[in-house]
Write a protein that binds this ligand. Structure first.
Ligand code: ARG
Length: 468
């Protein structure tokens, strides 16, 4: 007999049973569902909607069921459709008909929402935690590599030399924005939908503030129709997650590229690579490749939920049950990706010599030669032209700019003097970029400290949220 069986004259079609049920995935919300029910029933007792003793009995029953679920003793039933009705059925089996009073003044529409809000809220905190750990791994490699110079690239062509620390901190900044976004959207998850009923509110004298307070929600949805139909928080979580995956994917791409034989800038630890079943020499960067690959499914889940909700009339529609699997999969994917990326960054070894020699070729100091001429009074556009011709000369002669003699330089511009050699040396080229946010040591160290402060602030936020 279904919990909603009264109005029906036929058994449910077998295919419908399986197609309609969400228990196979929403059983992951068991803890949240019971937490929501415990708050609801305590309020029902306090407001005199059910007797105090009944509320107490239901509470005990729910706690027993929670224990049994934790011990793995419960087999959920597909005929009970979802986690909400499975637990209600178990409760009635456990304590008898009084268990049927739990659902007073509540609908599965607001119940499903409260469960998912609790879940997404917790995952938002966890995601910030994992992002901070990744930032710390990047920052500690950055501290080791202030003096490691490599070429920066534009168009994947050598551009200008930078400190490796500078390059790594660029990623710390991306993840800082990800953290900001999660902290901001947390406010919109931290909203209690319970008490909206099916969609219009309830006739019982409930106290929604009591429930919200018990569950640690900062605010309540102030419109019952919005409360049951809003999935913006799911969209936001998936959008932030998609961008995190895009950032991870860009980082993964560089790890893959940098560990190739053509670059040999880094070597990933053996523990994070795999071999080939045929080619004995191979050491493949499968993990960064998978991170890059998995960004596709997370972006797909974002598109999925947007498409699911775009045409829905108010309020609850069964389509909304589709909000869960994509989000669960996203959480799972991000957890693995963030943790592994942090560990790969922490354990990779850097080939400093190879990086430096890469920065010495490719005319990465050409801009500095132009800037040198500008300092001697030549307009930048003319300096650019002179250096362009010098570079062409060097390409034909198969030499670097540094290898030119003073008289060679002077054939192109009489402004060049003996001090040119220092001005275009690798160290000087890096150190000269002292503009705010540039790659000179003083700027890199200042940025490093700012990122450290941001991490401290994120940890304070995490501490606050783990208390509540
Ligand atoms: N399993 C449903 C979901 O996840 C719960 C709400 C169902 N409500 C309903 N009236 N059928 O969305």
């Amino acid at each position: 007999m279904k919990l909603w069986g009264g109005r029906f004259t036929k058994e449910t079609n077998q295919l419908v049973e399986a197609f309609n049920a969400s228990i196979l995935f929403d059983q992951q919300l068991a803890e949240e569902d019971i937490a929501g029910s415990l708050a609801h029933v305590a309020m029902l007792g306090r407001c005199g909607i059910i007797a105090k003793e009944e509320a107490e009995q239901i509470k005990e029953g729910l706690i027993t069921i929670r224990e049994r679920i934790r011990r793995g003793e419960i087999e959920f039933r597909i005929e009970d459709e979802d986690i909400h009705m499975n637990i209600e059925r178990l409760l009635i089996e456990e304590i008898g008909p009084v268990g049927g009073k739990l659902h007073t003044g509540r609908s599965r529409n607001d119940q499903a929402q409260v469960d998912f809000h609790l879940y997404v809220r917790r995952q938002t905190v966890q995601m910030v935690e994992l992002l901070v750990a990744l930032q710390e791994a990047l920052l500690s490699q950055a501290r080791e590599h202030v003096d490691t110079i490599l070429s920066g690239y534009t168009h994947l062509q050598k551009a200008q030399p930078v400190r490796l620390a500078h390059h790594l901190i660029a990623y710390v900044s991306m993840f800082e924005r990800d953290i900001e976004r999660l902290i901001d959207s947390y406010k919109r998850v931290d909203l209690c939908p319970l008490g909206a009923g099916a969609m219009a509110g309830t006739t019982f004298p409930i106290d929604r503030h009591d429930v919200a307070e018990q569950l640690g929600f900062a605010r309540l949805y102030d419109n019952s129709m919005d409360a049951v139909s809003d999935r913006d928080y799911v969209v936001e979580f998936l959008a932030h997650s998609s961008l995190i995956m895009v950032h991870l994917s860009r980082l993964a791409e560089e790890l893959i590229l940098w560990s190739s034989d053509e670059f040999r800038y880094i070597e990933l630890d053996d523990a994070f690579c795999t071999g080939s079943s045929m080619m004995p020499q191979k050491k493949n960067p499968d993990i960064p490749e998978l991170v890059r690959g998995k960004s596709g499914r997370v972006i797909g889940h974002l598109m999925g939920i947007l498409t699911t909700i775009k045409g829905l009339p108010l309020t609850y529609n069964k389509d909304l049950q589709e909000d869960k699997e994509g989000l669960f999969d996203t959480v799972h994917t991000l957890q693995g990706s963030l943790q592994l990326m942090a560990q790969m960054i922490a354990t990779m070894t850097v080939n400093k010599k190879r990086m430096a020699s890469g920065a010495e070729s490719g005319f990465t100091n050409a801009t500095d030669l132009a800037d040198y001429l500008v300092n001697k009074g030549l307009p930048f556009r003319e300096a650019h032209e002179v250096v362009g011709r010098l570079v062409l000369h060097c390409i034909q002669e198969k030499k670097t700019l540094n290898a030119c003699s003073l008289s060679e330089f002077q054939q192109f511009s009489s402004l060049v003097e003996e001090d040119i050699f220092k001005a275009i040396s690798l160290e000087q080229v890096v150190e000269a970029r002292k503009s705010y946010g540039g790659t000179a040591r003083v700027q890199v160290e200042a940025t490093w400290k700012r990122k450290q402060k941001q991490i401290e602030a994120a940890k304070v936020w995490l501490h606050e949220k783990s208390q509540s």
